[in-house]
Design a protein around this ligand. Structure first.
Ligand SMILES: C[S@@+](CC[C@H](N)C(=O)[O-])C[C@H]1O[C@@H](n2cnc3c(N)ncnc32)[C@H](O)[C@@H]1O
Length: 360
């Protein structure tokens, strides 16, 4: 049914203001349809980027330099008009530049989308939204309170490519976190990295603490990524790899200077997050610190669209996952016995809560 007070000629209203023509016939001005179009186009925008990555568009432009669609199509062995359409889509996303008919990398593409970019996210794009089929079944997930195929059904299949894709971002975060929490000043630091993935946090900390050592935990197949990455960074010899669920492995009490809960709490739901926080508390020596990295919601769960959408992503693809506020995590940390809570943001969009197990 139509809204009975809708303006009959809304397009006239832009100029038909009181200052020009006296009181308009109605105070009601319809909102633009732009947010609806933005949602509709969201699917296409994502797939434009995904296809550009799959076709190696960004690496080809890096190697060839500024190119026409025809030259690039020949290099990539694809259809010229279809590639030109795709490239214009990438331009619309703000991820390439075009001068007349010549396409070239812009600074965003050079940093995040070419495979050797300093903050490369190329491998993350296909995996970050979770299994794509789960998005087409979102209404069913909301109906039943659970996705039909949560990633927990086969966690290693999902997490191996995910942690490959997130490694660079998390390693940059972990490296810069030292400026905020000075883990490098802990002599012979003992580190416990739970659900470590490729072990970006353990690697950053061991690199900064030459006498340090780390217990690196994850599922065995995911630990293969950590084994390879720690070897690449020359710290594998100071790591003990402890496979298995972080809820089930043996952990020495009162033993660690730092426990890292890096992007693992939100997948476990509120109860699981509280369990992980208690595990971290028991593992730390008095005076030791937990690093709880996550995507935090604002108190009203509406001001940070990135965290809001991460919450929806967790809901769409995990059995228990949602996103939480620093206030909620703060309550759980204090209830477990932690003190001196701080929120740090080592790089944009990557935040962590640092909390201390009080010294005896
Ligand atoms: C989002 S990734 C984060 C990886 C890494 N900590 C980081 O910050 O980049 C979550 C990790 O938790 C691991 N994980 C999930 N459930 C786990 C469990 N029950 N026990 C151990 N690891 C688990 C996954 O395999 C994955 O490597």
């Amino acid at each position: 049914m139509f809204e009975p007070r809708d303006a009959p000629y809304p397009e006239l209203k832009k100029t038909h203001t009181m200052s020009r023509t006296g009181r308009p016939y109605s105070d009601f001005k319809p909102p633009a349809a732009a947010p609806v179009w933005a949602a509709i186009e969201g699917l296409g925008r994502y797939h434009v980027l995904l296809a550009a990555i799959e076709l190696d568009v960004f690496d080809a432009l890096r190697d060839a330099g500024p190119s026409t669609a025809a030259a690039l199509a020949e290099r990539l062995d694809v259809s010229v008009p279809h590639l030109a359409s795709l490239l214009d889509g990438v331009i619309a996303l703000g991820l390439l530049d075009k001068v007349r008919d010549v396409y070239e990398l812009n600074d965003t593409a050079k940093r995040y989308l070419v495979s050797n970019g300093p903050a490369c996210m190329a491998d993350l794009i296909a995996v970050a939204p979770g299994p794509h089929d789960n998005w087409t079944r979102l209404a069913d997930t909301v109906r039943h309170g659970r996705p039909s195929t949560p990633i927990e059904d086969d966690p290693e299949a999902f997490y191996v490519p995910l942690v490959e894709g997130t490694f660079t971002t998390m390693w940059r975060t972990a490296t810069r976190a030292d400026l905020k929490m000075r883990y490098s000043t802990t002599p012979a630091a003992r580190i416990l990295d739970l659900g470590a993935g490729g072990a970006p946090w353990a690697i950053a900390m061991l690199t900064a603490c030459p006498e340090g050592s780390a217990v690196v935990n994850d599922f065995d197949a995911v630990l293969d990524v950590a084994r390879r990455k720690t070897a690449e960074f020359g710290v594998a010899g100071r790591c003990e790899f402890r496979p298995g669920s972080y809820f089930e492995i043996d952990i020495e009490p009162d033993a660690y200077d730092i426990v890292v809960l890096g992007h693992i709490c939100r997948a476990e739901g509120a109860e699981g997050a509280r369990r992980l926080i208690r595990i971290a508390f028991d593992a730390l020596r008095p005076g030791g610190r937990v690093v709880l990295a996550d995507y935090f919601q604002d108190p009203e769960k509406k001001m940070n669209p990135h965290a809001v959408m991460m919450g929806v992503t967790m809901m769409a693809s995990t059995a228990r996952g949602f996103t939480y506020t620093p206030g909620e995590f703060g309550d759980w940390l204090r209830t477990a016995g932690f003190s001196d809570l701080r929120l740090i943001e080592p790089i944009g969009f990557q935040q962590s809560i640092i909390a201390t197990r009080p010294p005896r």
